[in-house]
Design a protein around this ligand. Structure first.
Ligand code: HEC
Ligand code: HEC
Length: 217
């Protein structure tokens, strides 16, 4: 009986921790992998100027620019997945490695989301996204929820709903400056969105605004 209990506790533990892994945006998860493996050729900004490109003598016609919407926009998620995994390599040259044996399929989905982010994102990032995630998780999720959907625990007692920060179409309409100003001053006396001046530094506010950009991709 005791052993059964231990096994149950163990399994529940695994369930909780694997859930926690998926607790943030896919593109943010993908970004971390991108900075480990993909920047070597595609560059940290995804534009294709990574440090390995000249060493590998990849032909001048190979287009490694993942920020190019005219190219990435034509690919389906399945195609991007297959290109990264390696099963759809008829679509690219052999200079693009096959990652399927190293990277699991849920992580490849994260990379697909990040490639979409690189090609669709309309606003430059203001700050360090890692720091931004820490700030968001610490100060914002009680109301905005882990994924920015506006479903945090506090929302059961707050009568005004925030925007869905995971909705790219809506969030893209707000400039970085507008987002920064909302976070600094809040949304006024009648609002439930507090101002963070004096609590968060300007760097932290830039960082959290960058993280909000990831939530919508
Ligand atoms: C060794 C260099 C190299 C590395 C590392 C690399 N790539 Fe590539 N990748 C390329 C090249 C070269 C191409 C262009 C393919 C061609 O020549 O047709 C490419 C193309 C792609 C494309 C297809 C773009 C399109 O639609 O045409 C995607 C998506 C991509 N890479 C994603 C990734 C991801 C994600 C990683 C990291 C897991 C990665 N690449 C790592 C070299 C690399
Ligand atoms: C006490 C709950 C609460 C906290 C904590 C909170 N917000 Fe809000 N936030 C709201 C509400 C409610 C709105 C909707 C606007 C209103 O109340 O007028 C909002 C609005 C916003 C908006 C404007 C777009 C939208 O969602 O409607 C941004 C951007 C925003 N919050 C960012 C943040 C950031 C970043 C943090 C953490 C540093 C944060 N919020 C913390 C409740 C909160």
């Amino acid at each position: 009986m005791k052993r059964f209990f231990m096994v149950t506790v163990f399994l529940v533990g695994i369930f909780i921790s694997s859930n926690a892994l998926a607790d943030y945006s896919r593109s943010f998860e993908g970004r971390n992998l991108f900075m480990m493996y993909c920047y070597l050729c595609h560059g940290t900004d995804g534009k294709g100027n990574g440090p390995l490109v000249s060493r590998l003598k990849i032909g001048p016609n190979a287009n490694l620019n993942l920020t190019d919407i005219s190219k990435i926009g034509k690919r389906t998620d399945d195609e991007l997945f297959g290109i990264i995994e390696g099963k759809k390599h008829d679509l690219v040259s052999d200079n693009m490695p096959k990652w399927g044996t190293l990277i699991g399929s849920s992580q490849i989905k994260g990379l697909v989301a990040y490639v979409r982010f690189l090609s669709q994102s309309k606003h430059p990032l203001l700050g360090d996204t890692e720091e931004g995630k820490r700030v968001y998780d610490t100060y914002c999720t009680a109301c905005h929820g882990k994924k920015g959907k506006g479903d945090g625990v506090m929302m059961s007692i707050i009568p005004i709903s925030p925007m869905d920060h995971s909705n790219a179409e809506k969030m893209d309409k707000l400039t970085n400056e507008e987002l920064v100003n909302i976070v600094i001053t809040g949304k006024g006396d009648k609002s439930f969105m507090p101002g963070w001046q004096g609590i968060l530094s300007r760097e932290q506010i830039g960082a959290v605004v960058s993280y909000i950009r990831y939530l919508s991709h």
